[in-house]
Ligand binder design. Structure first.
Ligand SMILES: Cc1cc2nc3c(=O)[nH]c(=O)nc-3n(C[C@H](O)[C@H](O)[C@H](O)COP(=O)(O)OP(=O)(O)OC[C@H]3O[C@@H](n4cnc5c(N)ncnc54)[C@H](O)[C@@H]3O)c2cc1C
Length: 474
């Protein structure tokens, strides 16, 4: 157990601002965004710079105190929630929120771990560039968390996930050594890629203190459209059609089930359906160009969607008339998780299968889950073009006690969905990570080779097991 004396030792190196131990101030950071996990911790350590992180890690190693790195605490898998027994301290990077440099010439931003994603978006735009990764939690998620979860989001189709956007990393390793891998080398063959090992490590191999992130030219012309389709097969046909017409300008392509749209319209004030026709599925599409051209993005998308309509791929479509409407279309997509939370209890699965198999998976797995768990409803939404959807199984209508339903059914339903995913050659975590939520399932379903490699790497970096215990590594 961590007592006041231990907390005081950290205060001596971090100063009064660097340690938060008032229980009221600590409390909001002890549970996850979805309210599924509740941990305990005597204090939040909040260093102001990399040297302070290193000193903190060294002291923690000396005292044998486990650390839970935390950014915006928006993890979907309980990744930043400390253990329930109070045995660990939270190491928050939120005070380290400087953009150290932003170079339009090099298309690079060097950000400290605590920089919030929307802050980076704004800074890049002010310099005529953009950081091409966005997600619903952009107002809270931090660079350190995004790197450590290898976050995805809605632009992976064109720009890749975090892994593809990280050009360099600075981190403090479990022995307190500072790994300076910030210089953005295009070529570097000094053996194992330590930077990439830290991407997606979920705080189990060290603390990311800064990252050099790739920027791309700002958007000069964009078009955002909405299409109603009969099913995921047609949605994928639409994607291939748009790619054939617009090439790699297709940056966003999100599929949304009609029931998900219905939840948004019911629970999120000010939202309305972009199309009048009621179709079983919907697609949100965005095409972006870095320069103005004739015909413009809107006209190009309009022509392509018109062809799709004629070919019977889609049933209806709308194109945003202006930026406000484009944002309103995106707001629907970004509010899906929140709306579903308001709708009632549900179990959420972030899964991937090969892109071509995704349509059959979406319909097949939903039908199979509804048959196996009578009264429940299942559907999915998300990044069809990446072969990644968020597959949700909702409690039967009128379920009085959500947490009790999750407790009673959660394990069986999870095992059912995950078995279905693995049978389809997929992954039980496409972009949210493993955290504490999927650890047991990773142990159950991963191959012996994967498990021994994960455990071996963890042991090599963190032999004392002090970094984010109870997460990721089974
Ligand atoms: C509404 C909503 C929508 C979302 N949409 C998406 C989406 O589309 N795609 C997607 O990929 N994710 C999505 N997420 C999940 C989440 O936003 C991402 O996982 C994000 O990367 C977490 O960032 P964070 O700063 O909040 O990290 P936290 O939640 O604080 O931490 C996440 C993990 O990273 C570790 N960590 C945090 N900072 C550091 C650091 N500096 N060094 C080492 N380890 C660290 C933590 O220990 C933990 O394991 C969504 C979440 C919400 C709430």
């Amino acid at each position: 157990m961590i007592d006041a004396e231990i907390v005081q030792r950290f205060r001596e190196i971090l100063g009064p601002k660097g340690v938060i131990d008032d229980p009221d101030d600590v409390a909001p950071w002890l549970s996850d965004w979805r309210g599924r996990y509740k941990g305990a911790s005597a204090a939040i350590l909040s260093p102001a710079n990399t040297d302070e992180v290193a000193a903190t890690v060294r002291l923690a190693a000396e005292l044998g105190v486990p650390l839970v790195p935390q950014g915006g605490n928006t993890s979907m898998v309980g990744g930043a929630t400390p253990p329930v027994d109070g045995s660990a301290l939270i190491l928050s990077l939120r005070r380290m929120n400087r953009i150290r440099t932003l170079s339009p010439e090099n298309n690079l931003a060097v950000c400290e771990a605590g920089v919030i994603l929307s802050t980076l978006h704004e800074a890049a735009l002010a310099a005529g560039r953009r950081f091409p990764l966005s997600l619903g939690a952009k107002g809270s998620a931090t660079v350190g968390g995004l790197v450590s979860t290898n976050a995805g989001g809605t632009q992976v189709l064109r720009h890749g996930s975090m892994r593809a956007l990280v050009e360099g990393i600075e981190a403090v390793l479990p022995d307190g050594a500072i790994f300076d891998g910030l210089s953005a080398l295009r070529k570097d063959n000094r053996g194992y890629d330590i930077r990439q090992l830290l991407v997606g490590a979920e705080g189990t191999l060290g603390v990311v203190t800064a990252a050099a992130l790739r920027l791309v030219p700002a958007i000069a012309d964009r078009a955002v459209g909405w299409a109603g389709v009969a099913g995921p097969e047609d949605a994928l046909r639409l994607l291939r059609h748009l790619e054939a017409r617009l090439g790699d300008a297709v940056e966003g392509f999100e599929i949304i089930a009609d029931d998900g749209l219905g939840h948004v319209l019911s629970h999120i004030p000010g939202t309305r359906s972009p199309i009048a026709t009621r179709t079983p599925w919907h697609v949100l599409v965005e095409a972006d160009y870095a320069e103005r051209r004739e015909p413009d993005a809107r006209a190009l998308l309009e022509t392509a969607l018109g062809e799709a309509l004629e070919a019977g791929i889609i049933a209806d479509a709308a194109i945003a008339e202006n930026e406000a409407q484009a944002e309103a279309f995106w707001r629907i997509r970004e509010s899906l998780s929140e709306a579903e939370r308001a709708q009632g209890p549900a179990l959420q699965f972030d899964v991937s299968v090969p892109v071509a198999d995704m349509p059959a998976f979406m319909t097949g797995a939903a039908a199979a889950a509804e048959a196996a768990f009578p009264g429940s409803t299942a559907s999915s939404f998300g990044h069809l073009g990446d072969g990644n959807v968020h597959f949700h199984v909702r409690a039967p209508r009128g379920t009085p006690d959500g947490p009790a339903w999750i407790k009673a059914e959660g394990e069986t339903i999870s095992a059912f969905v995950h078995d279905t995913v693995v049978a389809a050659g997929g992954s039980i975590s496409a972009e949210h990570g493993i955290g504490q939520m999927k650890r047991a399932e990773l142990a159950r379903l991963a191959s012996p080779a994967r498990l021994s490699a994960l455990r071996g790497i963890k042991a090599a970096f963190d032999p004392k097991g002090l970094f984010n215990p109870g997460k990721l590594i089974p």
